[in-house]
Design a protein around this ligand. Structure first.
Ligand code: DGJ
Length: 747
């Protein structure tokens, strides 16, 4: 609900459990009032009307502290701290004749209120078109297609031909506001935008405890929690994708005032994959601000006369149920509003088989067919052929860029394998790495200028490959045409879209705009493919979890979480992932007994129990397993299918975090409390340590529940009240480095 009080010029955005308020002051500046949880007993009509002057500077001191909380902090007026928007104007408008040197370019942008509107059709930049033509009918392709309100507040610079609009799109049921800006050059010269965040968030004083993730290849999503000292803390990507070292989201709270399920936590997640920055600033006044948007590090945004630029969005909100509540809001938002809608005939993510770790580049028709038969027999629903099926790609030195089926490996093309996979009742998926090229490829030989590079400088290879220049429209077109042809020819159900290096030497025909253009190009190919092939699913992979964010998730049904499939490591990686992203998008494979990345050995039960916390996949060499082992796989997969609706659609509670306790206990529960999944994974244990039995959540206290294991055997029975007070005494069922998954359901 969006309220505007014309007498005080105050805006109140009312969401399910939170509110957001700001006001136009007497000089026309749009000033933040507050953003926080709403008192539980407040009527939805209750509004904030305080005077924005509450936050004006202290006139007793001679140094301006820049305390005014502008809704979008710009480089203009008196600015000493971080800004969201910095603009360079090339001249003074002819109408202004100050009789003094102009001192060009003018770097002073002042935004003053010029009106507002409330609409239902606004969309942030780079958002996926949520409609598609299926059998001649227009269909929404996200789970909840209902209308949402957007408030657009128009601002104008008093002297320059420049306009901005602050946009706020509300998803009240999940307490999420998507914020973005629309910038417009209304003059006759080029205006240069030097820095551009999509929003400024003002937090209550002292809310400086920051939760984010860090890592690297094979160790993504390591949770880090810190008190941001006075000054700036930057989370960023200087790459064309988000990278393994971070993921574009943050949680902030007052230290000691929030925990997993208690206290107010402010959060935000960018709907953008590459070249992003989240600047958290802790001011000496104790104010905490966040500016989140494009990374200004190597950045270009020139607005031609008449041109408008719409930025992607920051999805932000506040939870009054701690970090867990922040995660659940983001998960529900992603499930309903970000992820492509599930296909009507396949409402849940399928169990996938991926042949990479089984065969690597050693592909053959017979070997893949054999794998497919075994996969189908154990219950797999989607068979994905990985790297090596095309061009001269017999190893990672050649062929990348040549998206034609290799007759050396598949003498009769892919059709026989695809037909066999379909006959076995599975969908067919194919690995591609569209943004890359090996120098030893027909594509590179034909177009050596199509890659990112600077003339006369080395073209640094990583994994023997170079990055295509997605700043060139003809490159984007070529990639679309190649993938589209594959879809037409083989009716591909699923692309695993990989990206296996970070760009270097980022010379492009697009100049410094390449970071924006690269992401836009990738999104446009994905969007066009999906529009042309409504049945197609896409998985985002970048050497594991290098491109996971709310931007790519608008067109990728799932993501490859990490190349590290070691179950112990995965407990931690998946916990970090779960801070911001939903389980149904988190692909998790069960791989070999001796893990290929870490060389450690884990039981099959542990590998399954950890992988069943997300969208289950199998990556083991099925051809090397005996009948008894295959039967065990089949039994776990059958169990997963029983609990899958709860894992993929339920609410997540991190009952006990691995981050602090060495044992991770999570619960997924359906909204109506009828069924839950209780999953324990103990990675570390101190001698004599008393393992806890955290209370479950979200159940019906009056009902009786049975907890069953994989074989369907009831191992525990209790009332909802007992489960939500005493928990499950799992100690007798689980050992150190051990796991347990129980299906808890009303009886
Ligand atoms: C990196 C991916 O993360 C792996 O799963 C696999 O697809 C390889 N690339 C193939 O080159």
């Amino acid at each position: 609900m969006i309220h505007f009080d014309p007498s005080t010029r105050t805006f109140n955005l009312i969401l399910k459990t939170s509110f957001y308020a700001f006001q136009v002051d007497e000089t026309g500046v749009v000033v933040h009032l507050a953003h926080g949880p709403r008192p539980a007993n407040a009527p939805s009509t209750a509004q904030v009307t305080a005077k924005a002057t509450l936050f004006m500077s202290d006139e007793r001191v001679s140094f301006e502290h820049q305390l005014r909380r502008d809704e979008l902090v710009t480089f203009g007026d008196t600015t000493y701290h971080e800004v969201a928007l910095k603009v360079a104007f090339p001249s003074l408008p002819a109408s202004i004749q100050p009789g003094e040197a102009a001192h060009l370019p003018i770097r002073d942008v002042r935004l003053r209120y010029a009106g507002h509107e409330i609409v239902t059709d606004a969309r942030p930049g780079l958002s996926a078109n949520k409609t598609s033509q299926v059998s001649g009918k227009t269909c929404e392709v996200c789970a909840n297609p209902s209308e949402r309100q957007t408030l657009r507040v128009f601002l104008r610079d008093p002297a320059q031909p420049f306009r901005a609009a602050l946009c706020y799109r509300l998803t009240p049921e999940h307490d999420i506001i998507e914020r973005w800006v629309e910038l417009e050059n209304t003059g006759e010269e080029i205006i240069t935008v030097e820095a551009c965040a999509f929003a400024t968030m003002h937090l209550p004083n002292g809310a400086n405890e920051l939760t984010s993730v860090t890592g690297l290849w094979g160790r993504e999503f390591t949770t880090q929690r810190e008190a941001v000292p006075m000054g700036l803390r930057i989370l960023e990507s200087r790459m064309a994708q988000g990278g393994h070292e971070s993921s574009p989201f943050f949680f902030l709270n007052r230290p000691g005032q929030a925990w997993e399920e208690t206290g107010a936590v402010w959060f935000g997640a960018l709907e953008l994959s590459g070249g992003w920055r989240i600047a958290v600033e802790h001011l000496p006044s104790l104010d905490v601000r966040v500016h989140a948007g494009y990374n200004p590090f190597d950045f270009e945004l020139a607005l031609a006369p008449g041109q408008k630029h719409i930025t992607p969005a920051l999805a932000c909100g506040v939870s009054n149920e701690g970090w867990g509540g922040a995660s659940r809001r983001l998960h529900a938002f992603a499930r309903e509003r970000i992820l492509p809608a599930a296909k009507p005939n396949a409402p849940l993510r399928p169990v996938l088989y991926n042949s990479w770790e089984a065969t690597y580049f050693n592909l053959s028709v017979a070997g893949q067919t054999e794998l497919a038969r075994k996969a189908a027999a154990i219950g797999v629903e989607l068979f994905c052929l990985d790297d090596g099926w095309f061009g001269a790609r017999r190893n990672d030195h050649a062929g990348l860029g040549d998206w034609v089926v290799s007759r050396d490996v598949f003498p009769d093309g892919l059709a026989p394998l695809v037909a066999e996979v379909r006959k076995l009742g599975m969908k067919f998926g194919l690995w591609v790495e569209p943004e890359m090229v090996n120098p030893d490829s027909d594509l590179y030989r034909a177009h050596p200028d199509w890659i990112l590079h600077f003339a006369g400088r080395p073209r640094t290879e990583q994994r023997n490959q170079l990055v295509l220049d997605f700043g060139r429209p003809e490159v984007v077109e070529y990639i679309f045409a190649a993938l589209n042809k594959l879809c037409d020819e083989y009716q591909i159900d699923f692309f695993k879209w990989d990206m296996n290096r970070n760009p270097s030497e980022p010379g492009s025909v697009a100049g410094k705009a390449i970071w924006r253009k690269h992401t836009a190009g990738v999104y446009s190919v994905m969007d066009r493919l999906r529009a042309a092939h409504p049945e197609l699913d896409i998985q985002s992979c970048s050497g594991g979890g290098g491109r996971i964010d709310l931007g790519v998730l608008q067109r990728a049904d799932q993501v490859w979480t990490s190349d590290n499939t070691d179950a112990l490591d995965r407990i931690r990686i998946q916990e970090g992932f779960s801070l911001a992203y939903p389980a149904r998008a988190m692909e998790c494979w069960v791989t070999h007994e001796r893990n290929h990345q870490t060389h450690t050995i884990h039981t099959l039960a542990m590998r399954f129990d950890v992988a069943m916390r997300g969208a289950l996949g199998i990556g083991s060499s099925l051809n090397a397993l005996d009948e008894a082992e295959l039967a065990e796989y089949a039994s776990f997969i059958a169990f997963y299918k029983r609990i899958r609706p709860i894992v993929q659609n339920g609410e997540l509670y991190r009952l006990q975090r691995q981050e602090e306790f060495g044992a991770s206990i999570i619960q997924y529960v359906l909204a109506d409390g009828s069924e839950a999944v209780y999953s324990v994974a103990v990675s570390a244990y101190l001698m004599g340590q008393h393992l806890p039995t955290p209370p479950l959540r979200g159940l019906d206290p009056a009902a009786t529940y049975a907890a069953c294991n994989r074989t369907g055997t009831e191992v525990y029975r209790a009332s909802g009240y007992a489960l939500m007070t005493l928990g499950i005494p799992w100690l007798k069922y689980v050992n150190v480095q051990d796991t347990l998954t129980l299906h808890v359901k009303k009886v």
